[in-house]
Write a protein that binds this ligand. Structure first.
Ligand SMILES: Nc1ncnc2c1ncn2[C@@H]1O[C@H](COP(=O)(O)OP(=O)(O)OP(=O)(O)O)[C@@H](O)[C@H]1O
Length: 610
């Protein structure tokens, strides 16, 4: 297939066979991932064998994501510390690669604003009133302009509002909360932050302190925790703010050792966090100023409800978004009445940047179709989603035996294996990643050009929302991507909503889905049964609040805002389906509210599927 972007191939059979082992593969593993190669010239790198036996040995030490270096602040620095070129390179990459994101055009993206307070969006990072160190770091990241959601969240959070944000996948939500929260704290860190030891003279057992973070960010998976930690490391560069991350699967003592050096920004998975919270000498939340729950719907689906309630009892919040129905009481209970809500696109909607192709393939045909696809779109970073751990293992073996550079991730793997898989995928050594849906939630890897739903998510376990999250691993931040889904007989229940989702973003509808295309008025005003969107009536203080339409016709533009009823909302325990609870070993004990509670101050809260 010469050009997958213009291939009007929804539902069409993949062009002729070429099934079988890929052809000559003589490319070096370090060769950069190139664009789409013709079938006759596959560009996959050589597969690299992973030594699981060595990895399982006690002496194996590859380091953890949580061990990554952060800026070492010294008391004698003024407001902003000196540059460390070596660390700068590690954090931000080669200068020539930083501007990759620049110049993206978001002008067509509408933001709806709701709530009692009207927020004027900022136009540029420069006019946002950010701390100079933050401005420098944003520039080092290569960000020229704020994304639409950032234009609203930055002033809102700087002004002290709680925020609920709902935005499409890959729209820069992490930076939308990190930039304003961290910038706000930068000027006050010396006053607010707990005393901490000098990193250069630190002595274990002598200089240790209790971690007293100012910001707590709770996320459902270990991979997402590490990813957000890495973003926080960038934004905290040259400042006193010290980020840390804790998650299951890494020996507890190793993470305690990190916390005892002091921590201002703590990112973690619920189980490990509640575990530490119940050890007040290790972690206390008494200084907490901001809390963010990222991908809250996923956490609630994974049955972290009890842990989350415990965490929320800490009493401070920043952002809240994308709560599933049935848990909107959380918003009512914890958000300030004056919170603001932003919405970029319909909750659960996808972007036109992603070309969505649906192919009919029954179970016994899937492997052949997959091989053809991988040959036709060779050499590009690809994520393949499956619905079970067993399928992930089987497919990994199969593709590896076909000499494809594949790796895989799911919750039965040890944490070392999970981190090795992500490293391989990010570095390009293994540009094909097989994942169960939950483990890949929220992961952001550059240049993922192709997402394949080898299995479509079933209605009970995620349905169309899970589909949206999955395909959102490509087409991020204004880039383009392609998503190919294998549709089999058992996916019938998804057919109607899938068809409407395709129509919403002007995709081709394959022949076998034509009967699900709504007619007449229903075709013009597509309706979606349910999403995990907010119902304004459910949110204390905001109900009846004025709806602002900052971008002209934006507010209320789609008839779907507010929570719909019933339908295909998340069906509960996603983990049971994929077997992927985001972390065996994550579980902490619950009960016993040892949260420091009400740090008071600038309360703000966050949750949801940012
Ligand atoms: N203003 C900006 N300009 C350019 N790139 C940006 C900007 N803000 C964030 N990014 C980049 O966009 C990418 C996607 O951001 P992020 O992972 O926060 O998206 P997201 O909205 O949380 O997506 P998802 O919901 O799928 O997890 C990241 O690589 C980030 O570095």
């Amino acid at each position: 297939m010469a050009d997958p972007w213009t291939n009007g191939g929804a539902g069409k059979a993949v062009p002729e066979p070429a099934v079988g082992a890929p052809k000559e593969n003589g490319h070096s593993p370090t060769e950069p991932i190139a664009g789409n190669g013709p079938v006759s010239d596959p560009k996959w790198t050589e597969p690299q064998k992973v030594d699981y036996t060595a990895m399982a040995s006690e002496n194996y030490d590859q380091g953890w994501g949580s061990d990554a270096r952060t800026y070492e602040w010294k008391d004698e620095y003024g407001d902003v510390g000196p540059k460390y070129p070596e660390l700068e390179l590690e954090l931000f990459g080669e200068p020539s690669t930083r501007k990759e994101q620049a110049g993206l055009d978001f002008s067509s993206i509408e933001v709806q604003q709701e709530g009692p307070v009207k927020i004027d969006p900022v136009r540029t990072f420069r006019d946002a009133g950010l701390h100079p160190a933050m401005l420098d770091n944003v520039e080092l990241c290569g960000y020229d302009n704020p994304t639409p959601i950032q234009k609203y969240t930055i002033p809102s959070i700087l002004q002290g509002h709680d925020v609920i944000g709902i935005a499409q996948t890959g729209s820069g939500k992490t930076a939308a909360y990190l930039i304003p929260i961290l910038s706000k704290l930068m000027g006050k860190a010396k006053k607010l932050a707990a005393p901490r030891p000098n990193p250069l003279t630190f002595q274990e057992g002598i200089d240790e302190v209790t971690a007293e973070p100012l910001v707590l960010i709770v996320v459902p998976t270990r991979e997402l925790a590490v990813q957000i930690f890495n973003e926080a490391r960038k934004f905290c560069y040259r400042t006193m703010l010290r980020p840390c991350v804790v998650y299951g699967g890494v020996p507890t003592r190793q993470q305690i050792a990190l916390l005892t050096k002091g921590c201002d920004i703590l990112i973690g998975t619920p189980g490990r966090l509640t575990d530490f919270i119940q050890r007040p000498h290790v972690l206390t939340l008494r200084r907490l100023k901001h809390m963010v729950l990222d991908e809250a719907d996923e956490m609630l689906d994974q049955d972290w409800g009890e842990e989350l309630d415990m965490i929320l009892n800490g009493g401070v919040w920043t952002l809240l978004c994308h709560l599933p129905q049935g848990r909107r009481d959380l918003a009512k209970q914890y958000l300030a009445a004056s919170h603001v809500r932003f919405r970029v696109g319909r909750a659960g909607s996808t972007t036109e940047n992603i070309k969505q192709v649906v192919l009919e393939a029954e179970r016994h045909e899937k492997r052949d179709v997959l091989i053809r696809l991988l040959e036709e779109m060779s050499g590009i970073r690809t994520i393949i989603f499956v619905n079970s751990r067993q399928e992930a293992d089987n497919l990994d073996d199969f593709l590896f035996n076909m000499q494809l550079p594949v790796t895989s991730i799911h919750s039965d793997r040890t944490q070392q294996e999970r981190e090795a898989a992500m490293r391989g995928f990010r570095s390009g050594n293994a540009p094909i990643l097989i994942a169960t849906g939950v483990t890949a939630r929220g992961i952001d890897v550059r240049n993922v050009m192709h997402v394949i739903n080898y299995d479509l998510p079933s209605m009970e376990y995620g349905g169309i929302e899970e589909y949206t999250h999955r395909i959102g691993r490509t087409g991020r931040i204004g880039h383009r991507g392609i998503a190919t889904s294998f549709f089999s007989e058992r996916d019938e229940p998804l057919a109607s909503v899938l068809t409407r989702t395709l129509l919403e973003t002007n995709q081709d509808i394959p022949e076998f889905l034509q009967s699900y295309v709504p007619e007449g008025e229903a075709r013009e005003n597509l309706k979606f049964e349910a999403d995990s969107d907010f119902d304004p009536q459910d949110v204390g203080g905001a109900a009846g609040g004025e709806t602002w339409a900052p971008d002209g016709d934006a507010a209320g533009a789609d008839g779907n805002s507010g929570g719909g009823g019933g339908g295909d909302a998340w069906g509960g325990d996603t983990a049971a389906n994929s077997g992927d609870s985001g972390g065996a070993g994550d579980a902490g004990t619950s009960g016993g509210d040892s949260w420091g509670g009400g740090g008071g101050g600038n309360t703000s809260a966050a949750t949801g599927s940012w």
